[in-house]
Structure formats: structure tokens, C-alpha cells
Design a protein around this ligand. Structure first.
Ligand SMILES: O=C[C@H](O)[C@H](O)[C@H](O)COP(=O)(O)O
Length: 220
């Protein structure tokens, strides 16, 4: 199977976690695109979706899936999203597509985070994938210096603007021995909007697609 076929297998397995008549939190990325396409097949059974990006919103709308405003929602049973890396404790690096901030917001409201991945995304430790950090543009240089002081090499994602009008610094070479501590530390840098470590709010369920099928793991 190709990597894209594995992504699709994981994404379609997530349809099993959608509750009848519920609102679905929807992530961003190539794996989630398969999930959105699958969700279209059961759209009459859900109330609508909360999107984590403009790109996913466009795809949901193209399928005729109602888009809802997170501010109008008090109950979000499930959030389905991919990851750039996930470890055995279900901490993740996310934001390869630049949607990390809205993803973190929607995930924070959801009762359950279902992570959909091909097997290559499961790693130990996190950190080969450069850590995306969303930054207010005027703070770029000072945030870059602070990230360098943490041992990373921040590189501006050239020509990219987030859905929130900000920039992304991709931080290479970080040693991530304690994802939760590093997530909290980077969030304290003035000018940082969000960083792509999802350790405070990790995944609850991992659907991991490999050659042998989709393995379903719950967080211990
Ligand atoms: O900003 C993007 C998201 O965090 C994605 O979930 C992540 O980059 C994984 O994307 P993909 O499914 O395309 O590998």
C-alpha cells in the first residue's frame, strides 16, 4: 500500500467514532482530507462540523456538510485529526500544514481526540520533524532568538501566512525529552501564539494504518 492509501485507511476507520446526530471536530491535512470525503457519505447522520482551518472548511462546504461556529457549540464529542509525529504516550507534533493554532483550539473543546496516521508517524522520541511555532509577525526576530536559546534552529516558513495572519517558524534540531515541559516553555515566549507540541492535550485514541491493517490504540 502507498502512504496515501494508508492515510485513507486510518481516516475511514475514524468514521466508527462519529456519534449519531453529533457535531464533529475536523482537523487539517492530507489524512484529514480523506476523513472529510468519508464524512460526506454519512453527512445526513451528523449535525455539522467545526473546522480547524479555512482549507478544511472549503472541503467540508464542497461536500455540503454544514459548518458550525465553535462559539455556538457546548458539546463536541470527537475531534479527528492527523499528526506529523506521535509518540507512544500520544503526545504529538502538529502544524506541518500551519493549522496548529485552530487545531489546538478545537481539540481543547472536544471530549475525545482521535488521531489518524500512517505507521511512519509513530516515533520515539518526537523531534525529527521540525517543530512549527506560530508567531506574531512583529515578534519574529526576538522569538527566533529565544527558540535558538532553547537549542533549536528556527527557520522562517517562507511565503506562508497562517489563517490567523501570522508567520510560522519551523524549529529544527530540538531535543524533545519532555514534550509537556517544552510545550509550556515555548508558550511562555512573548510573541508566540501557539507551538505545534500537543502534549497538554494529546490524543486519546490512535488509529495507526500499516501493512497489516488499522491498529486501534487507546491512551493508557
Ligand atoms: O497543520 C497541519 C496539521 O497539524 C496536520 O494534521 C499535520 O500536518 C499532518 O498532516 P498530514 O495528514 O498531511 O500528514
Amino acid at each position: 500500500m502507498t502512504q496515501d492509501e494508508l492515510k485513507k485507511a486510518a481516516a475511514l476507520a475514524a468514521l466508527d467514532y462519529i456519534e449519531e446526530g453529533s457535531i464533529v471536530g475536523v482537523g487539517t491535512g492530507s489524512t484529514v482530507n480523506h476523513f472529510i470525503d468519508g464524512l460526506a457519505g454519512i453527512k445526513s447522520r451528523i449535525r455539522g462540523a467545526i473546522s480547524s482551518s479555512e482549507a478544511s472548511a472549503r472541503r467540508l462546504a464542497a461536500h455540503g456538510i454544514p459548518l458550525l461556529d465553535l462559539n455556538d457549540v457546548t458539546e463536541l464529542p470527537v475531534y479527528v485529526d492527523g499528526a506529523d509525529e506521535i509518540d507512544s504516550g500520544f503526545s504529538m507534533i502538529k502544524g506541518g500544514g500551519g493549522a496548529l493554532t485552530r487545531e489546538k483550539i478545537v481539540a481543547a473543546v472536544a471530549n475525545r481526540f482521535v488521531c489518524i496516521c500512517d505507521a511512519s508517524k509513530l516515533v520515539s522520541p518526537l523531534g525529527r520533524f521540525p517543530l512549527p511555532v506560530e508567531v506574531i509577525p512583529m515578534a519574529r526576530a526576538q522569538v527566533a532568538r529565544a527558540l535558538a536559546a532553547l537549542g533549536g534552529e528556527p527557520r522562517l516558513r517562507e511565503g506562508f501566512v497562517t489563517d490567523n495572519g501570522n508567520i510560522i517558524l519551523d524549529v529544527h534540531g530540538l531535543s524533545i525529552t519532555d514534550p509537556l515541559a517544552l510545550e509550556n516553555r515555548i508558550d511562555q515566549i512573548v510573541g508566540v501564539v501557539t507551538n505545534g507540541l500537543f502534549a497538554r492535550r494529546g490524543a486519546d485514541m490512535l488509529l495507526l494504518a500499516g501493512a497489516g491493517g488499522v491498529e486501534r490504540r487507546a491512551r493508557r
